[in-house]
Ligand binder design. Structure first.
Ligand code: URA
Length: 194
């Protein structure tokens, strides 16, 4: 894992200097964890602290862990894109934006390699971006959430097959409150599977 992280940092920091765009690596249990949780990309707090799912997203993660009766260190936590995608307003205000096509194309092979290294018992994606990174552009969270599917994961000459359980991204619930009940139900199903 260490050499994978070093390789990834070396490559991405040729594109973005660390002080400009810190890389937020995956963290946690890298030895067949019960869950590998995959988000979209780091936000402001993640970029400042250099860790995935801290700040507000960390609060959502606490709720997730509580339902599943797991500790943060039991699972592996990562994002598809490992730098914070930002936009700057006319007034110079920096805010988050969804990862663009180039960023997704650049980071997705590393995510697939990461899954093959960690070998999780269950991959849990949050939202459409993470789901599409693994299943391809036709996958849609509205059709696939709350069910397990087996997905092939291939990187260079390595290949594996993993159970994937897609969840809505907790951030999307803020914009669509009716998803809260769906998310809670899906999480209850996931608990029965672990
Ligand atoms: N923080 C993360 O690390 N990932 C997300 O997808 C959202 C917030």
């Amino acid at each position: 894992m260490q050499s994978f992280n070093q390789k990834m940092c070396r490559f991405f920091q040729t594109l973005w200097p660390a002080e400009e765009k810190p890389i937020v690596l995956g963290e946690g249990n890298t030895d067949h964890p019960p869950v590998m949780l995959i988000g979209e990309a780091p936000g402001e707090q993640e970029s400042l602290q250099g860790r995935p799912f801290v700040g507000k997203a960390g609060k959502n993660l606490d709720g997730f862990l509580q339902v599943l009766e797991l500790r943060r260190e039991d699972i592996y936590i990562s994002n598809v894109v490992k730098i914070r995608p930002t936009k700057v307003s006319e007034k110079g205000r920096v805010s988050n934006r969804p990862p663009n096509k180039e960023e997704l194309a650049l980071f997705t092979p590393y995510l697939l390699e990461e899954i093959l290294l960690v070998q999780p018992k269950m991959v849990v994606t949050l939202g459409n971006v993470a789901l599409k990174a693994i299943c391809g552009p036709r996958a849609v969270i509205g059709d696939m959430h709350g069910k397990t599917i087996r997905v092939p994961v291939t990187h260079e000459k390595q290949t594996g097959e993993y159970p994937l359980f897609p969840l809505y991204h907790p951030a999307s619930i803020i914009y669509n409150r009716s998803l809260q009940a769906v998310y809670d139900e899906d999480l209850a199903v996931l608990k029965t599977l672990l």
